[in-house]
Design a protein around this ligand. Structure first.
Ligand code: FAD
Ligand code: DHB
Length: 384
């Protein structure tokens, strides 16, 4: 079997790449280890930055997002027992949309299937060969070994996939001495916008998914077992750190996420292109992961179209450097938000005062607040 672009991974990166390529008349096959049901239910990101929202609309994926997503014009930073609103609309003229990653994934899968797209779920033992000249992806499906010959491979298989290990490169890495315990609860949000709280007991985040569902996070020690946190303890700790009443409800999901910054350079080796979490991850503070994955594949789709249709290699040659400029901006922003908002276990009094000074400056200076706002709502694609 042969295709133009073999895509490994049906997360936001792989699925959107397949959609963008199809719009330009380029064939692709998406290979995914998990089932369709699993990827559609996997609870992860929730914030779409402005350029992501615009792109999804532009490529025919905006209908349900516009009907069900929650547009927000700001967020609050909470510290020293007070909330301080950062007004994105006033500072940048733009905003964000709160719409779950699994909803984006559902919309993408529906669009690809309606268009005759070739998505293969539940493949195993996937291996990449010949990535410098004649790429082949082999994998097992329904008990049979299959081979997919491709012009190029897009490695969109996340941080634990096979693509990032298929070639050597340079890795930049930071681990943080804490994790996030995230819950999704059947409870009406009482706040209209997100609240990022810096508290002596640790960071907390108030978010939501719909008028009926609240999404909340607590800083916890790394390697925490989510089962050791009872529901009652979670609600008490959230109320304390967020300094507000919260509607309680039954938990739909409870899990712990590690925090890490990691970049793999370069993002291309021969005919293998990495995109999204396969190439880089950010700590979740600032909500950049999925948005970066989407920015990568927008560039990749255009580069592959010029290459596969016209033999023009300019775009594919520039792919890695072009993406890495935005990647490092988001790496800095996520590291900065993480550093400003969390309680570092080894923090001394000097660091604590520096952190508080940064928070006070960010909410009181228009220049500093604008810097947070323009990064949060997302710099226009191609601006950096
Ligand atoms: P993934 O979504 O990881 O998709 C990779 C796919 O490849 C998966 O479906 C996987 O099953 C498949 N795969 C892996 N290995 C193989 C293999 N060997 N063979 C075949 N398939 C394979 N980002 C934001 O922008 N905003 C947020 O608000 C935000 N909040 C977050 C909150 C949490 C708790 C977490 C965990 C993440 C958050 N993120 C956020 C990050 C975001 O979820 C990721 O950056 C995003 O999923 C990256 O998309 P991707 O398509 O690159 O990778
Ligand atoms: C959400 C996740 C984030 O990492 C973030 O910074 C904001 C919101 C969320 O899941 O809603």
């Amino acid at each position: 079997m042969r295709t133009q672009v073999g895509i490994v991974g049906a997360g936001p990166a792989g699925l959107l790449l397949s959609h963008l390529l199809a719009r330009q008349g380029i064939e692709s096959v998406v290979l995914e280890a998990r089932s369709r049901e699993y990827v559609q239910q996997r609870v992860r990101a929730g914030v779409l930055e402005h350029p992501t929202v615009e792109l999804l609309r532009e490529v025919g994926l905006g209908a349900r997002m516009d009907a069900e997503g929650l547009p927000h014009a700001g967020v609050s930073l909470r510290f020293e027992d007070a909330d301080h609103r950062i007004d994105f609309a006033a500072l940048t003229g733009r905003g964000i949309v709160v719409y779950g990653q699994q909803e984006v994934v559902k919309d993408l899968i529906a669009a690809r299937l309606a268009d005759g797209g070739d998505l293969r779920f539940e493949v195993s033992d996937l291996a990449l060969d010949g990535v410098t000249d004649d790429p082949v992806i082999s994998y097992t499906r329904n008990g049979q070994r299959e081979e997919l010959h491709c012009d190029v491979i897009a490695g969109c298989d996340g941080f634990h996939g096979v693509s990032r290990g298929a070639f050597s490169g340079e890795t930049f890495d930071r681990k943080y001495p804490f994790a996030w315990l995230g819950i999704l609860a059947e409870a009406a949000p009482i706040q209209d916008e997100l609240v990022y709280a810096n508290h002596a007991n640790g960071f907390a985040l108030y978010s939501m998914r719909s008028p009926e569902v609240t999404r909340l996070y607590l800083q916890v020690p790394p390697d925490t077992d989510a089962g050791t946190w009872s529901d009652a303890r979670i609600w008490d700790e959230l109320r304390l750190r967020l300094g507000t009443e919260i509607n309680e409800g039954s938990l739909i999901e409870k899990s712990v996420t590690g925090m890490r910054s990691n970049v793999r350079e370069p993002m291309r080796h021969g005919k293998l292109f990495l995109a999204g979490d396969a190439a880089h991850i950010v700590p979740p503070t600032g909500a950049k992961g999925m948005n970066l994955a989407i920015a990568d594949v927008r560039i990749l789709a255009d580069a592959l179209e010029s290459y596969l249709r016209k033999g023009d290699e300019t775009g594919i040659d520039g792919y890695s450097d072009t993406c890495l400029r935005r990647v490092w901006r988001a790496e800095h922003f996520s590291w900065w938000m993480t550093s400003m908002l969390h309680n570092f276990p080894d923090e001394d009094a000097f660091q604590r005062r520096i952190q508080l000074s940064q928070l006070r400056y960010t909410v009181s200076s228009t220049a500093a607040a604008t810097s947070l706002a323009e990064n949060y709502v997302g710099l226009p694609h191609g601006a950096i």
